[in-house]
Ligand binder design. Structure first.
Ligand SMILES: Cc1cc2nc3c(=O)[nH]c(=O)nc-3n(C[C@H](O)[C@H](O)[C@H](O)COP(=O)(O)OP(=O)(O)OC[C@H]3O[C@@H](n4cnc5c(N)ncnc54)[C@H](O)[C@@H]3O)c2cc1C
Length: 384
């Protein structure tokens, strides 16, 4: 039976970031994913915010042109412009980015097994014996620590008896090339409780790619139908007559806030598996990068010291306090379904104080808090 220090389940952004950092520290790391290729079944628009781009090494050729303009639409399609003096967003070319990070992992000595599922594990003294299933066979690997980077419906979380996500929205989008861009690259956000109950419909167009999508609470809408209807009504805003559809993407987005119980002596959770997504904006890429970076430090320190106290630095309670206002706003978004009320809210965003709030939601520096990883003093830092 193969033995590893760390087995990481899931090679999305969270798993890849953990794997490359742990590999670079000389640990024996096994990374698996049920997908055959990381460029397949991508389920994110891939919008990175400025703070992530400043703090992490996202290669420039894995990013589209910058965006600094947002247009917000009310249910009756009255629009409001928000602009920043800075480049605020860039749409990641996610397939290329995953492949690049996988390459970093391989160069750091990480063992990579695609087309392989984590099915469960059993405890053997200080180790776990993890069962891996490929299409034709099963194998077992003995590991000192398990990382669940396996997305919003995490099997690892269940088997480690950690917390699991209970609230999510679903999103679906089409990605197009050859869409003419009028004016600068732009993010269009549509507040419309019929097309996107509890969230948004969007167009993110950077001049090279246009992503058109809808998101909302499952059970309250049919995402594919809503997307079709949304696309059909966009004639005045975007010209799709000569567009080439490249992909359809979609998936669940956990919006209940980062989970509290995300680590124990045998393993921990990162990314969507840990609920690390902004409850208000549903942005999960910045949290993926920050939480995975912390996770890699904690795991390396724990494996070296065998001191279980180290794991107390990895608790959702340290982050949740920073999300209180966003969790309240999520509750309001989840329960406000009347178009009239949303119309009124949009109109009131023209008042200077509320306009400032809207500006802050889109361009503010708030992101997932960084944890100062110091055993004696664990504090959350970073703008709210
Ligand atoms: C439609 C949509 C649009 C979004 N747009 C944005 C955006 O623009 N900006 C932003 O910040 N956030 C966005 N998000 C959220 C963001 O994409 C996610 O928070 C982030 O990608 C989560 O990354 P992850 O690595 O945790 O999970 P994932 O990317 O889901 O990766 C999990 C991996 O685990 C693998 N896996 C699962 N189970 C197993 C198993 N049993 N065995 C082996 N492998 C397994 C899966 O194949 C997958 O590769 C969006 C989400 C959706 C659904």
């Amino acid at each position: 039976m193969n033995t590893t220090d760390v087995t990481i389940v899931g090679a999305g952004l969270a798993g890849l970031q953990c794997a490359r950092l742990l590999g670079q520290q000389g640990l024996r790391v096994l990374l698996i994913d049920r997908k055959a290729s990381l460029e397949q079944s991508i389920h994110t628009t891939g919008i990175f915010v400025r703070r992530t781009l400043e703090d992490f090494d996202i290669p420039a050729d894995c990013l589209g042109p910058p965006l600094r303009h947002v247009t917000l639409y009310s249910p009756s399609r009255r629009s409001m412009e928000l602009s920043s003096l800075h480049d605020e967003f860039r749409i990641g070319r996610m397939g290329r980015l995953y492949t690049r990070y996988l390459d970093h992992c391989l160069r750091a000595g990480v063992d990579w097994i695609p087309e392989t599922r984590y099915s469960g594990h059993s405890v053997l003294g200080e180790h776990l014996v993890v069962r891996l299933d490929s299409r034709s066979s099963s194998s077992w690997v003995k590991t000192r620590y398990l990382i669940g980077a396996d997305g919003s419906n995490s099997r690892v979380a269940k088997h480690l008896q950690l917390e699991t996500n209970r609230e999510w929205i679903v999103g679906v989008e089409d990605v197009f090339a050859d869409v003419p861009l009028e004016g600068p690259p732009r993010l269009h956000c549509f507040l419309d409780p019929e097309l996107a109950p509890g969230y948004l419909a969007w167009i993110a167009h950077d001049g090279e790619e246009a992503h058109i999508g809808v998101g909302g609470y499952p059970g309250m809408f049919d995402p594919a139908l809503a997307l079709e209807k949304f696309r059909a009504g966009l004639g005045k805003i975007i010209d799709l007559r000569h567009a080439t559809q490249i992909e359809r993407r979609g998936g669940r987005i956990p919006v209940g806030g980062v989970l509290r119980n995300i680590s124990n002596r045998y393993g921990l959770l990162v990314g969507d598996a840990a609920g690390a997504v902004s409850p208000l904006t549903a942005g999960g890429l910045d949290p993926c990068m920050r939480l995975s970076t912390l996770a890699a430090k904690v795991v390396a320190e724990f494996l070296e010291s065998q001191n279980e106290q180290v794991l107390s630095a990895y608790s959702g309670d340290l982050f949740r306090a920073r999300f209180t206002s966003r969790l309240w706003m999520r509750r309001i978004a989840a329960t406000t379904r009347q178009p009239g009320l949303i119309e009124l809210a949009c109109a009131s965003l023209r008042l200077p104080i509320l306009n400032r709030f809207a500006w802050h939601v889109f361009f503010g520096r708030g992101s997932f808090p960084d944890i100062n990883f110091d055993l004696r003093r664990q504090v959350a830092v970073g703008a709210d």
